[in-house]
Every structure is written in C-alpha cells, then in structure tokens.
Design a protein around this ligand. Structure first.
Ligand code: HEM
Length: 340
C-alpha cells in the first residue's frame, strides 16, 4: 500500500532527518553562489530574448516541451548542483547521467537546449553556460504554459564531470515514501514547503506506466475513496497501463484535468486522492504528512500562494551549487560535451 509506506520508518530515521536538515544544506552549498541578475548584460545582452524566442517556438509546437525542460532543470540541480551535468553525453572517458536508471527512457528535451546553445554560440561565443540556459529555459517554460514569472540569477558554470551514481541516490522516485522525499530535498538545502511547492511542477507533463502501475493496482481506490468520477478515471488508467509487465512506456498526465496548463489543479487532484504517482499522493495521504497535507490544502485553495512559493522555491532550486564548479567549471561550447 504505497501511500502508507512511511509508517514503517522508525524513530532513528526521523532523528537522522533532523540531523540532516541541520548539516546537509551546509555540505551541499558551502557558500552562496556568486550569481547576479545582470550577469550577461555587457557580454551577451540578448541572451534572455534568444532563450525566450526559442522556448516560445518549442512550446508552441508542442506544450509537452515545457514539462520536459522543467524536469531537465530539476534533475540537473539535484545532481552536483545546477551545472549542466545532466546534458553531458556518454563518452569513452565520461559516464553521463542520461542513462542512469532514474533518467533513462525518461528525460527528454536535450535538442531544445542544443538549439538554444547553437544560436547563443553564434551570437556570443563561449559566454553563456549550458547550466544558465537550462535555468532560464525552465522559467520560460513555466511562463509559456500559464505559470508565474520570476527573475533568474545568472553566472553558473558548466561542470566537466557528471554524476551517474548521484543520479541514483539524490533523485526522488515515484515509489519513494514521504520521509525519503523530504530527506532528498533537505539534503539539497530545500525545505518541506519548497518540496510541496516544487512538486506542483507535476501540474504539467506525463508519467510512464512503469512509474504508476503499482499505485493504480495498489492503494488508489483507498486514497480516492472511489467516487464514481474516480472509478472512471482509474478504469481509464488501467486500460493505459495493464498489470504485470508490458506497456511500461505508455504515458498519462499527472494532472489529468489541465495537463498542459500550469495551474493549481494538481493539488486539487491530490485532495480527491487521485494523484497518479505514489510520491504525489504521499504529500496528502501519508500518515506522517500532517504538515504537507496542510500545504497541499492551501495551494489547492489559493493559486496565488502556490505561484508565489513556486517562484521562490525555483530560485532556491536554481541556486543549488557545488562550489568546486566555480573554480573548475567552464562554459561548454557544446552542451553535450566538456571542452577539450
Ligand atoms: C517531489 C519529488 C519528485 C518525484 C518523486 C518526481 C518523480 C517524477 C516521475 C516518476 C515522473 C515521470 C517520469 C516518467 O515516467 O518518465 C516525473 C515527471 C515530471 N516531473 Fe517530477 N518528481 C518530483 C519532483 C519534481 C520537481 C521538483 C520538478 C520540477 C521543479 C518536477 C518536474 C517534473 C515534470 C515537469 C515532469 C513531466 C515530464 C514529462 O512530461 O516528461 N518533478 N517526476
């Protein structure tokens, strides 16, 4: 029964969480990143316009592109900080993150970033980092599907390395229980409120059957109390995603009400117990989720509160850094490969 996993987590793990919350933001962040709003003002004044134009084309041609870029940015920042490491291809000397189990057959949107990078390299060669491109593109993605705008601090460097192993340990997964999800956010210096607000990104985009099969053949009827509308929804999900194996890559929206619109209906779906991923429904239905449940209720009622917190939390997400990248990092010429 997926949504209640956490009841098995013991006292010692709770203590560990508290200790992590005190120490881990220090170990990941080290110090505040030297990012500024006008970083490219002199060196590449049109950077924001160029990213925006390309994102407009991408999202106009397919609104899914907004979800793909937003998720790419999240997966970049949770592994070695926001350093474009997720964009690196495998080479003989480098194992990238793209084929890590949490990313394989799942992360997309790389060509959109390549297109933006190519234009920026002809406009201002060697100036704009791939990590910054991804951060701005994620903000524009949200705006273009109806979400809030926020200013993006800039000046990130690109890593020369990737974190295959860290992708396995740092990224939350669909079957994670609430405490596991919270601990992964705390490790990055993000709060429980940040976690619930950032999960609102699931108001757009799709998940694959392999990530929601256990949920729909598990506790979905319990959390949703099976009103007749939920029954129809569940039937539909089961027809997309059969039990056992097979059809693993078939997809369904996480917010089935407005899948292409960035709004607060994801939280309303959780109130009805109809969250597609176990990890989503945990925010509302876990017996350990007294605090997260209140936040879900608040955002379900108040879209402005959600938008404000989402913007603030996205800046925090974008500021996750590995201080070493500022010393060792570079501006890649091609986002897929470190410069030689
Ligand atoms: C809270 C913990 C989170 C978990 C456990 C989680 C897990 C997942 C999973 C399993 C999928 C479906 C992937 C697939 O089936 O291929 C997904 C999709 C997505 N996630 Fe998350 N996620 C979390 C937080 C976030 C955050 C913080 C963001 C961004 C700020 C985000 C943005 C997205 C987006 C936009 C999609 C849809 C991508 C698409 O359409 O392909 N997620 N997430």
């Amino acid at each position: 029964m997926a949504a209640f996993y956490d009841s098995r987590i013991g006292f010692d793990q709770c203590i560990l969480l508290v200790v992590m919350s005190i120490f881990c933001c220090v170990c990941v962040h080290g110090s505040d990143p030297p990012l500024t709003l006008d970083y490219y003002k002199e060196k590449c004044p049109n950077v924001l316009e160029i990213v925006r134009n390309e994102m407009e084309c991408a999202v106009l041609s397919d609104p899914r592109n907004a979800a793909l870029i937003l998720r790419l940015h999240f997966h970049d920042c949770f592994v070695q900080g926001c350093d474009g490491s997720v964009l690196l291809d495998d080479t003989i000397t480098l194992q990238g993150e793209k084929n890590a189990p949490n990313n394989k057959n799942s992360l997309k949107g790389f060509r959109t970033i390549d297109r933006i990078k190519n234009i920026l390299e002809s406009e201002c060669p060697g100036i704009v980092s791939c990590a910054d491109i991804l951060t701005v593109a994620a903000r524009d993605a949200v705006v273009l599907v109806g979400g809030p705008f926020w200013e993006v601090p800039l000046g990130r460097k690109d890593s020369k390395t990737a974190g295959y192993e860290l992708s396995n340990t740092n990224l939350p997964t669909a079957d994670d229980g609430l405490l596991s999800i919270i601990s992964k956010f705390i490790y990055q210096g993000l709060s429980v409120t940040d976690m619930v607000a950032l999960s609102g990104a699931h108001t757009i985009g799709l998940a694959r059957c392999v990530n929601f099969r256990e949920r729909i053949y598990g506790d979905f009827p319990i959390t949703s109390a099976m009103n007749s509308a939920s029954e129809t929804y569940l039937k539909n999900l089961k027809s997309i995603c059969p039990p056992g194996i097979g059809e693993d890559n078939k997809e369904s929206a996480m917010d089935y009400v407005t899948p292409n619109l960035f709004d607060n209906s994801y939280y309303q779906v959780l109130l009805r117990g109809e969250g597609l991923l176990n990890s989503d429904q945990e925010l509302y239905s876990s017996i350990l989720g007294v605090e997260t449940k209140k936040i879900v209720q608040k955002y379900a009622e108040n879209p402005i509160a959600f938008f404000e917190q989402f913007s603030e939390s996205m800046v925090k997400l974008g500021n996750i850094t590995n201080p070493e990248t500022y010393v060792d990092g570079e501006v890649r010429k091609n986002c897929r490969f470190a410069n030689t």
